[in-house]
Design a protein around this ligand. Structure first.
Ligand code: AMP
Length: 273
């Protein structure tokens, strides 16, 4: 992979990278299409990264479909698919990591200790192997995108980071590989995250509520009405870069939430103002 990428670079070809964990849907493919617009060679990677899963999380049962993924990536216009083995990425004596500090201690980082260290380490490795000119990440994982932008800035990677909008199902549920865990009835209830976010955005836009605490309480009610079994991990209103909580909803505010539905943990977010 390194050899091929150095050849492309020697030919002055712009390389765009789209890192994924596979089991691809239209959200992932939208990233490939964006990468295609800004690069000569699009490389998608598929790697279910054990380092970003805690022991009790779903690494072993994370859905995989390599054959289907390859066909989808071909159709979307990827030129190369990089599918390294776990032992290649993490040989037995592997002992180095890359970690972004402060902004990984909140939201997802608070609920999933060690998660972002796993993410930044694998993405740093992919960056070093491929040396892309640009990399595309999804807004769906808003904190991840913010953390990776910070890593790129702090470590002086000469890589342009593009954040792609969230692709949703017809009813508004953000596309996610984990949606396949639901049965049809559960799947219908999973739309509760989206409804709560749309409600919050509408309230803020119409100047009806600007107090995050009030908004949060109303959102909890909406979620529980649609899915009584929902367990809310967090609902937060933060600055998009520093991820500090906002006391009043101000321009730039991102509302993000994590909810556990029938043992499946979903995340979503929306820019409120
Ligand atoms: P994953 O395979 O879940 O690690 O995701 C790989 C990339 O696809 C990440 O940059 C995600 O943010 C992005 N992604 C996942 N779901 C969506 C979606 N529904 N819309 C846009 N991008 C997404």
């Amino acid at each position: 992979m390194q050899f091929r990428c150095r050849q492309f670079a020697a030919q002055d070809k712009r390389i765009g990278l789209v890192p994924t964990m596979g089991f691809l849907h239209d959200g992932h493919l939208s990233l490939v299409k964006i990468a295609r617009r800004y690069s000569d060679i699009v490389i998608a990677s598929i790697f279910v990264n054990p380092a970003q899963f805690a022991p009790h999380e779903d690494f072993d049962r994370y859905p995989r479909d390599e054959k289907g993924d390859l066909a989808k990536l071909k159709r979307a216009g990827a030129n190369i698919v990089f599918i390294p083995k776990v032992q290649e990425i993490y040989p037995p004596d592997f002992q180095t990591s890359v970690a972004v500090e402060k902004i990984t201690g909140v939201l997802e980082g608070e609920s999933r200790p060690g998660h972002f260290k796993g993410v930044t380490t694998i993405v740093a490795k992919l960056f070093n192997i491929i040396r892309p000119d640009l990399a595309v990440f999804g807004m769906k994982d808003f904190q991840q995108a913010t953390v990776l932008k910070k890593m790129v800035a702090d470590l002086d990677y000469p890589i342009k980071v593009i954040i792609a909008p969230t692709v949703r199902e017809k009813d508004g549920l953000a596309m996610s590989s984990r949606n396949k865990y639901f049965n049809p009835n559960q799947r219908k209830e999973a739309v509760c995250l989206y409804h709560a976010l749309v409600f919050a955005k509408k309230m803020v836009k119409n100047n009806k509520i600007s107090d995050p605490k009030l908004l949060k309480n109303r959102m909890i009610r909406i979620i529980k009405d649609i899915c009584p079994a929902a367990e809310i991990d967090y609902i937060a209103f933060t600055d998009p870069v520093t991820l500090t909580p906002m006391k009043q909803i101000k321009p730039g505010c991102i509302c993000s939430l994590a909810v556990r539905l029938y043992k499946v943990r979903l995340i979503d977010n929306m820019k409120l103002l």
